[in-house]
Ligand binder design. Sequence first.
Ligand code: DAH
Length: 342
Amino acid sequence: MLDKIKNLTAEIEALTASSTDEVEQLRIKYLSKKGIVSLLFNDFRTVPAEQKREVGQKLNQLKTLATEKINALREQVAAAGESAEAEKIDLTRTATPCAEGSRHPLSLVRNEMIDIFSRMGFTIAEGPEVEDDWHVFSSLNFAADHPARDMQDTFFISRNPVDVLLRTHTSSVQTRTMERLTPPIRIVCPGRVYRNEAISARAHCFFHQIEGLYIDKDVSFADLKQALLYFARQMFGPETKIRLRPSYFPFTEPSAEMDISCNLCGGKGCGFCKHTGWVEILGCGMVDPNVLEACGIDSKVYTGYAFGMGVERITNLKYQVKDLRMFSENDVRFLAEFDAAH
Ligand code: DAH
């Protein structure tokens, strides 16, 4: 018996395996119920009493050895398998293409608008979104009791000692620029604006505008009309017509709103333009002399025009986006549609 154990010990110590299957075979061969080691335990009954102690110890040692050896082989085979797997990686393969993001539709349209005005000599000016009363309202000739100064319409950050608020329009960049520069001034001011509105498909508490301003000697309403006609045709196609309707803004005099011929039906009348053939796109006018004077520009020497429009509005006209909330929800299915657009 002792000899058997000795031989088996040597045999087990020398075991090798190259796959998990082989390890399993070895486990069955030595350690299963009918395995070699287990059968030795059965023979233990026949061992003479005086040898039982020694043989018992050796048998137990053999069983431990076999269990440990087989576990070690199992780990060894698994580790070898992993590194073989790693070697299979083909570093010469071209990388898996990863999807590139697309530009946001509002950025696409804003850039297109800026491009058109830059071809007419306009440069970009920017200003802060957190503003004061002077730049958003007072310098722009808003009366003290104008409703826009109400909490209902404007987000105020503090009202004491001075009104600090989120700008409600990019016209504030007009006055900031006029205070800083001497004419001629020819700028467009793109940016985000905020209004205290309930969010719906047709209104949002923030949106984007582009403001335009041109101040020089002898700037006339005809110059304004020409610039806007050029813009409309570049943006919506060479057949586009414009029409100016008298309107009111505190900072321009005279003021107008501009419509373009409906770009969906070409002006014939459809559901989109409520069968009028026209859709409104912007407000504009000649800069009020009070505004020029408030910014330190001599209104007897200089005149100018200004206009302002919503980037969402132009984007809706171009791409028929029905719900304003789509622009800020960042649903990739919506955003990816503009991949092909540019
Ligand atoms: N600031 C106006 C608004 O937010 C838009 C506007 C109208 C801007 C007329 C102008 C302008 O410069 O002349 O509704």
